[in-house]
Design a protein around this ligand. Structure first.
Ligand code: SF4
Length: 328
């Protein structure tokens, strides 16, 4: 049995708002095995990013509050660490990359200064060693002319190059877990595919685990071994990536898969993407019963008042829906 590198138990996160305390993540539990890529999937507003930011304690508290739960890493509950202990860990054993590197890179410092700073903070290297290592890291993320790029400012690089710099910074201290929050969403399809290939080969080379957050189930097959689908702050389906993509159980997962563009389909006359009707509910308008019921094509009366539980439907497959597994 693979061992969990990171384990989230019953995590519940709320936000204080003028409308009262609203739940954004409602008691989710999952784990990431050592060397595994786990995809956390759902539309915007489903609670994926809040979950990830909670792991790294990057949510502003207040208004955010972690109501309950444990985040276990290397035998420690991260929620019980002091701020100082946690700062040593963040960017070191657990790193994160974001959709828009411009929000994480400092625009007034060169790329080199920023990577060197990360290395000086988390390792025993001197400045000269850190500079040499920074060029190696840029070369490792396949940035052309890495030594020269050290002297560039973020705005002098393309979006794909900036994302490579972010990955180099995240890898600087050899993290055991990399959290990647929509890292390819802002990039065009070709660059997106190159970044996915890069993450995949770096994972193989370093043995790190990746929590890959995306709204796009289309990229999951390329990168993840397992998938968790979230809706309205809850896990509504999980399972091995190939099995889940070939045979989704939950109507929401089916809708997400139906909205993936098929290769060449857009060019065929009459072909169009199927979209899930309606929107993800806002935090203050969470529907009663199954939170997906206002959008669900298979809704039944009981769905409107009774919330389904996440339960096992076959080995390694879980879903939360009132429909019998054979009719899912
Ligand atoms: Fe649809 Fe009902 Fe299943 Fe929810 S519980 S996904 S509303 S069938």
């Amino acid at each position: 049995m693979p061992s969990p590198e990171l384990e989230i138990q019953n995590l519940k996160v709320s936000f204080s708002t003028p409308k009262g305390k609203l739940t954004a993540v409602n008691g989710i539990s999952f784990h990431i095995n050592s060397g595994e890529t786990l995809a956390l999937v759902g539309e915007s507003g489903c609670g994926k990013t809040v979950s990830a930011l909670s792991i790294l304690r990057l949510l502003p508290e207040p208004p955010a509050e972690i109501i309950s739960g444990k985040i276990l890493f290397a035998g420690q509950d991260l929620l019980s660490l002091s701020s100082k202990q946690f700062q040593d860990l963040r960017g070191n054993a657990i790193s994160m990359i974001f959709q828009d590197p411009m929000t994480s890179l400092n625009p007034v410092l060169t790329v080199g200064e920023q990577i060197i700073e990360t290395l000086l903070r988390h390792t025993n290297m001197n400045r000269q060693e850190a500079r040499k290592k920074s060029a190696e890291l840029l070369s490792r993320v396949e940035l052309p002319a890495p030594k020269e790029k050290l002297t560039h400012y973020p705005h002098q690089l393309s979006g794909g190059m900036r994302q490579r710099v972010m990955i180099a910074m995240a890898l600087a201290c050899k993290p055991r877990v990399l959290i990647a929050d929509e890292p390819t969403t802002a990039l065009d399809v070709l660059i997106q595919s190159q970044i996915l290939d890069l993450l995949h080969s770096l994972k193989k080379e370093t043995g790190m685990s990746i929590l890959f957050i995306t709204h796009d189930l289309g990229v999951v097959a390329e990168i993840a071994q397992r998938v968790i689908v979230m809706y309205a702050g809850e896990i509504i389906e999980s399972g091995p990536a190939q099995a889940l993509l070939q045979k989704p159980y939950h109507p929401y997962t089916k809708g997400l898969i139906a909205s993936i563009p098929k290769l060449g389909a857009r060019d065929q006359p009459g072909s169009r993407l199927e979209e899930i009707s309606g929107n993800v509910p806002s935090l203050d308008q969470r529907p009663s019963g199954c939170p997906f019921h206002p959008r669900c094509p298979s809704v039944m009366d009981q769905c409107k008042s009774q919330a389904p539980e996440l339960s096992q439907v076959e080995p390694e497959r879980y879903t939360s829906c009132h429909l019998e597994p054979e009719s899912l």
